[in-house]
Design a protein around this ligand. Structure first.
Ligand code: ZN
Length: 197
């Protein structure tokens, strides 16, 4: 395994508020190269999202992608409970994520910067994100389920927050152990195993 470009928890940049991207810089060759690098690193990991601070770049920028193949190992029930809908790569510059309603849903999630572990995190079921795209054009995306979870996770990175700050701490588990124990099980059963209501 080659050394990853992704920085791990403990790196100071993961705990700082990232800076707004100057809009007139979005079209620059340097910034466009950063976007392409982030997409490459996300795919190589592989992951469904990557925020710029995760490669030690202090900008309010993240990339997202959830190809159909990533859901291949999930049961139909797991896909339905997560509302996991594949989507093509998207780039958000200076994004603001706002919850729609108050409903929250809990599932395990991991982070490329907390390698090898997962935790159970409650997130808003539906959100709206506003920001700029890779061309500096305004974009809005209102979305539910797994994409909404990814958005909240990546937006947290831009404020120096990691999922471990939000997880039910006693759910924290090595990813392999969690997979062996919980994969394929309905959400209610998983909550029961964790002693959650
Ligand atoms: Zn993360």
């Amino acid at each position: 395994m080659t050394k990853s470009e992704i920085v791990q928890a403990g790196t100071p940049g993961l705990r700082q508020r990232a800076q707004d991207v100057p809009v007139d810089q979005i079209g620059s060759a340097k910034f466009q190269a950063l976007i392409q690098r982030m997409i490459r690193v996300m795919r190589e990991a592989p992951g469904v999202g990557l925020a710029a601070p995760q490669i030690d770049e202090p900008w309010r920028l993240f990339v997202l992608e959830d190809p159909p193949a990533y859901s291949a190992r999930l049961t139909p029930t797991e896909i339905a409970e997560r509302e996991r809908v594949p989507f093509a790569v998207r780039v958000f510059v200076n994004p603001v994520v706002t919850p729609i309603g108050e409903a929250k849903v809990g599932f395990f999630e991991g982070c490329l910067s907390v390698h090898g572990y997962v935790g159970y995190v409650e997130r808003f079921a539906e959100v709206e994100v506003r920001g700029l795209d890779e061309h500096g054009q305004p974009q809005t995306w209102r979305v539910r389920g797994w994409p909404a979870r990814i958005l909240q996770h990546e937006a947290d990175h831009l404020d120096g927050t990691l999922y471990v700050d939000r997880m039910v701490t006693r759910s924290f588990a090595e990813a392999e152990i969690a997979r062996d124990r919980f994969a394929g099980k309905p959400a209610a059963e998983v909550r029961g195993m964790l002693g959650l209501p």
